[in-house]
Design a protein around this ligand. Sequence first.
Ligand code: OAD
Length: 247
Amino acid sequence: MPDAALRAAHRVVVLTGAGVSAESGIATFRDAQTGLWERFAAEDLATPRAFLRDPALVWGWYEWRRMQVLRAQPNPAHRAIAALERRVPALTVVTQNVDDLHERAGSAAVVHLHGSLHAPRCFDCASPFALPPDPPCEPEGGRRLAPPRCARCGGAVRPGVVWFGESLPADAWREAGQAASDCELLLAVGTSGLVHPAASLPALARRHGATVVLINPVPTALDAVAQHVLRGKAGELLPALLETAFG
Ligand code: OAD
């Protein structure tokens, strides 16, 4: 049973995707109708080429998403993951999400595989850029907004996220790979398992002997890798799993 495996595990990895933030009102990418890539063209918004072609379109869209995150609150799934960190000797959260809801729920060790909406940098020289606390109030989808200029070199500031065609941050990927190889249990929550290399982490953990537990309301590409598949919403199933495992 997944609760017994969780209770027995000393080293745990929680791999999260957009589904973990869905109950906070943050859109996922691929859910029918509501997913961002169902409503917006990824090739116009999430590639280096798109930014070079139309920086204001891309910057405005990411500022709209950042504003949504700033207005959102962590949900019971984020809070259960933070609580789990206090129950097991070593827990690493590896997230594909670019929001900061895990941190705001109290998770201390969060590896951001796909970067962060809150850490933009210069497109040219990679210097970090300090964002103003309040982004402009944006309509649905954002409006075109010229990106700020880098104080060091004058280049355009870009969102601090990983775009299609870009490599993952090397340190984050190394840390995630190590944690997945070393863990006794990997819990994959709210991810379609379609984007690699993040999607390869459950299989890596399994090859190294870990128990893989999956939480998702619908079947995913990762189901075949998991010993236990829990079908439902993260905000309901994660607190219930903790309750059964630890009382
Ligand atoms: P997806 O949108 O591909 O998948 C979200 C998953 O969450 C789906 O399998 C949903 O069924 C599930 N889901 C929805 N609501 C849920 C809930 N309440 N509880 C649990 N699960 C729920 O998002 P990701 O797998 O995170 O990359 O996508 C991976 C990457 O693709 C993203 O990080 C992003 C995107 O392009 C970059 O931005 C680099």
